[in-house]
Design a protein around this ligand. Structure first.
Ligand code: AMP
Length: 399
């Protein structure tokens, strides 16, 4: 096949049966869990990741090379029938090369959109879905003007590169504007200043997320919303069913499905939202990949988010997303790892007393650090209150 033919073929959905090879850009925990789910279905995997012994490399063959290494990307393309990625910041050149030399049903347009907060917000609004009111900010004067228009409190964020609360500042009073600007733009004499976005602070009742999936031929399904609790800006707990009225849950699912359809995305789209006291929903962020807040699906849903992603990119019918049991997912960070593993190795009387089945998932990372995601536990329970009591009573998550 010529390059032109290959490229054209990439635009039409292809069904890839079990036995096909899925190439993955990135070999972290998301890649590992995708390979685990997909290999159970008979797919083969190969991952590209610079870290020797990456989490995915322990369960699938790995090409050890930098993400922007063109030769390695070409090798990945040659060994794969279909390519996917497990993180958003894919190098644009590599994305183009992979699309040309292999089949990338997800394309690169959505990656481009979600790599930049302003592009992302514009795309969400274009799909008819609400986001917090916002303004683009390029200078201190623009920040002052935007704050006057939106009213305080507000949140100032860098348009690119921020994650887990990094690259953002909450502004409650006009006197804090300049300090917030200097925090995000330490060198205001630089030739190119980072783009910023100022958002109205949403006084939310809770944060929820919905993982939606769309297959290459356009079938759409979403998982039940997770209620997410963050500590130090890192996801700590996902509670499912979310403790919001059924009507809001249904609206959140419809909104995520509208978005994934409107964006013409293929694969998974994680949609993070704020729920206000009046039951309004505002989308905060998107991730075009499996998401930490969807890990509960691994043990609590008929189909896991990882199986669903494989089904979507391989153009299989999407799996049933029904919830089988209430669940609380708790993340195991570096500081929780030893205690969680030690607890898992002996009879857990507290879990037995509460009637909880704790399902431990450890990612196989070689270095454990405070704040680093090392694993998670899905607490299958009769009532999410019991799962929350278990987390409280273990004393493992006090820091
Ligand atoms: P982000 O990096 O955009 O996901 O933001 C990290 C966290 O900051 C969110 O999970 C919220 O808890 C909080 N946050 C971000 N934007 C806003 C906002 N506009 N209003 C209120 N809280 C926000």
């Amino acid at each position: 096949m010529s390059r032109e033919e290959l490229k054209l073929a990439g635009d039409t959905p292809r069904t890839l049966a079990p036995g096909s090879t899925i190439g993955m850009l990135g070999g972290g925990q998301l890649g590992r869990m995708m390979a685990q789910a997909g290999s159970a279905m008979g797919y083969r995997f190969v991952a590209l990741d610079p870290a020797p012994d990456a989490p995915c490399g322990q369960v699938a063959p790995q090409i050890i090379a930098a993400y922007n290494d063109r030769d390695a990307a070409r090798q990945l393309a040659q060994r794969s029938d279909v390519i996917t990625y497990e993180f958003e910041n894919v190098d644009a050149g590599v994305a183009a090369l992979l699309a040309e030399e292999s089949y990338v049903p997800q394309g690169s347009a959505l990656l481009y959109t979600t790599q930049h907060r302003l592009r992302e917000k514009a795309a969400i609004r274009a799909a008819g879905v609400p986001v917090a009111p916002y303004r683009k900010v390029g200078s201190l004067a623009e920040l002052e003007g935007a704050a006057a228009e939106l009213g305080l409190p507000c949140v100032l964020k860098t348009a690119t590169g921020g994650y887990d609360g990094k690259g953002q500042a909450v502004i409650r009073q006009a006197e804090e504007l300049e300090a917030a600007f200097r925090q995000l733009v330490p060198d205001s004499s630089a030739v190119i200043l980072p783009e910023l976005v100022l958002e109205k602070f949403i006084s939310f009742q809770c944060e929820i997320s919905v993982i939606a999936a769309r297959s290459a031929s356009g079938e759409v399904k979403s998982f039940p919303p997770a209620e997410n609790i963050h500590v130090n800006n890192i996801l700590h707990l996902s509670i499912v069913p979310a403790r919001v009225p059924e009507e809001i849950q249904q609206r959140a699912c419809r909104l995520a499905e509208t978005l994934i359809d409107g964006l013409n995305a293929v694969g998974l789209l994680a949609v993070e939202m704020f729920v206000t006291e009046d039951g309004e929903l505002f989308v905060n962020e998107l991730a075009p990949r499996p998401h930490n807040s969807g890990h509960y699906t691994m043990d609590a849903c008929v189909t896991s988010q990882f199986e669903q992603h494989v089904r979507a990119i391989c153009n299989l019918p999407l799996g049933d997303t029904s919830l089988l049991t209430p669940v609380v997912m708790v993340n195991v960070l570096g500081q929780h790892l030893d205690g969680a593993v030690e607890r898992f190795c002996r009879a857990d009387e507290e879990a037995n007393r509460l009637g909880i089945a704790p399902k431990l998932h450890i990612y196989g990372k070689t270095e454990s650090k405070t704040g680093r995601k090392m694993g998670h536990i899905n607490l299958l329970c009769k009532d999410t209150g019991d799962g929350l009591s278990w987390v409280e009573q273990t004393n493992l998550w006090r820091n």
